[in-house]
Design a protein around this ligand. Structure first.
Ligand SMILES: Nc1ncnc2c1ncn2[C@@H]1O[C@H](COP(=O)(O)OP(=O)(O)OP(=O)(O)O)[C@@H](O)[C@H]1O
Length: 481
């Protein structure tokens, strides 16, 4: 193969040496620079075919410089190497017109492959500007799995392609959808979410497309649907796998024709939205079983983004945990930190509820822990008391939590709704996290927890028995008598 002329800019001697060596072995001619000043000189004296640049350089920002270089030499692919492996860096690199972005540490095979591809695509490389402000970081995590996600996001923010985000519940699908909106050209227009699982099936079409007055019983006036509300912006179709088949057919027609008709009306409106859909179900499987239209699946799955479960990127747990503790402190809760063993305990947990579970846990710890520097024992004990209500409906009010509980019961045990047990069950479900939280807050001291709640200590004991709440004796203050 014929090699290319490569210029590598990095202030780290070790990286310059290792990368230059690998690229020379792959047949390229390599020159290096350790600063933007040296880069400028090299560009004049030895213009390269491909430029590889670090972001943080002693005399400035490599991406800003890359923007200028791409503007002047649109044919020259620029590859950004960065240890600041955040979504913002990936997006900035993309906006600067960079050909690719390689998070450090990268393996040398990936590097040589990327350089070979850049050389091959050299002619096709076009610059694209309009770098946006360094937005506050919406997504936390620098694991390789998240880097893949950032790269895909970076590639779709500058176009209107339909994106299908998949992943377990709580992995951040909605956050990704919002990031795509906030970083793209539609950011000034609304981001409108609609959750297919939360709306009665027969109202979904009216919700999506709007309805005219009198279109159906209860339609007292004309109402704009989400498509209309999102005009110019992004429509986020959450839990798309729960969409009834008739509504799927209608959605498909809208996506094909680019226009829609309101329910019960003859008005046809142009659909000017970017669609991001999300699912925590295996949609391909739903296609096989006939629950999801295959043609709609392909219309939505133009750019797939598969979000990893938190247990598949344990390296991100520490940073996420600290981020949520910071957020809790900003929200007025006491500022708490985690010791090393506490972080290890978090990393060992399996996180069935993913990032949302971690976020709830950190909030609970910030609110309840008595120590500012929290250890592993406390973290483990609090993981064990995961409150079902909080996990079911994050950030929603108590009404929503109770509705969710009733819906869950109706799904799991339909008879529970009319067998006379509902009141006791719901109260017990609320009572458990309340008692657990208060016990934790009072360091396991039953007397203090009982007093704080306005309960008699014996009543509390009985409730503990009834609810089967295990109390770790070691954590109890003996002097509560
Ligand atoms: N990478 C991340 N960085 C920071 N916060 C995150 C990240 N991923 C998720 N979160 C937070 O976790 C919570 C759950 O995220 P989100 O609602 O986007 O998940 P989801 O996959 O859409 O869940 P569901 O399928 O249950 O609707 C949110 O509060 C979100 O802000």
């Amino acid at each position: 193969m014929t090699g290319g002329r490569i210029l590598l800019v990095d202030d780290d001697d070790a990286i310059r040496t290792v990368v230059a060596h690998a690229l020379k072995r792959a047949g390229h001619q390599v020159r290096t620079a350790a600063s933007l000043g040296e880069l400028a000189r090299e560009m004049r004296s030895h213009p390269p075919d491909v430029l590889l640049t670090d972001v943080v350089l002693p005399d400035g920002d490599g991406i800003e410089q890359a923007t200028r270089i791409v503007a002047e030499h649109p044919e020259m692919p620029v590859i950004v190497l960065s240890a600041r492996n955040t979504l913002t860096t990936a997006v900035r690199a993309n906006e600067a017109g960079a050909y690719d972005y390689l998070p450090k540490p990268f393996d040398l095979d990936t590097l040589t492959r990327t350089v070979a591809a850049a050389l091959a695509r050299r002619a096709a490389n076009a610059g694209e500007q309009a770098p946006s402000e360094d937005a506050s970081l919406p997504l936390i995590g620098r694991s390789p799995a998240m880097q893949d996600v950032y790269r895909v996001i970076a590639r779709v923010v500058s176009n209107d392609l339909t994106v299908l985000v998949s992943g377990e519940s709580g992995t951040g699908k909605e956050l990704v959808a919002r990031a795509i909106h906030d970083l793209g050209a539609r950011r000034a227009a609304p981001f409108v979410p609609i959750n297919m699982a939360a709306i009665p099936r027969d109202l979904i079409e009216a919700e999506l497309f709007g309805h005219e007055r009198g279109a159906f019983t209860g339609a007292a006036q004309r109402s704009a649907g989400r498509f209309e509300q999102a005009a110019g912006g992004t429509l986020f179709l959450d839990e798309i796998g729960d969409m009834p088949v008739e509504a799927q057919t209608r959605l498909l027609r809208v996506l094909q024709s680019g226009e829609f008709t309101t329910v019960g009306g003859a008005r046809t409106i142009r659909a000017d939205v970017r669609i991001v859909a999300a699912t925590n179900r295996d949609l391909q499987q739903a296609v096989v079983t006939g629950q999801f239209r295959e043609d709609l699946y392909y219309r939505l799955n133009v750019v797939p983004i598969a979000l990893p479960a938190l247990r598949e990127r344990r390296g991100d747990i520490a940073e996420l945990a600290r981020h949520f503790l910071d957020r809790a402190a900003e929200a007025g809760l006491p500022r708490k930190t985690l010791d090393g063993a506490a972080v290890a305990a978090l990393e060992a947990h399996d996180w069935p509820g993913n990032v949302r579970e971690l976020e709830n846990l950190m909030r609970r710890l910030a609110a309840l822990s008595r120590d500012d520097h929290m250890g592993a024992a406390e973290v483990r004990a609090t993981i064990g008391t995961a409150a079902p209500v909080a996990d079911a409906v994050p950030d929603a009010g108590i009404d929503a939590a109770v509705h969710a509980m009733i819906e869950r019961l109706a799904r799991q045990e339909p008879r529970a709704l009319d067998d006379g047990s509902l009141y006791t069950r719901v109260i017990a479900e609320v009572e458990r996290p309340l008692i657990e939280a208060m016990l934790a807050r009072h360091g396991g001291n039953q007397l203090r927890a009982a007093r704080a709640m306005g309960l008699n200590r014996n009543t509390l004991r009985k409730r503990l028995d009834m609810l089967g709440i295990e109390v770790a004796t070691g954590s109890f203050a003996a002097s509560d008598g």
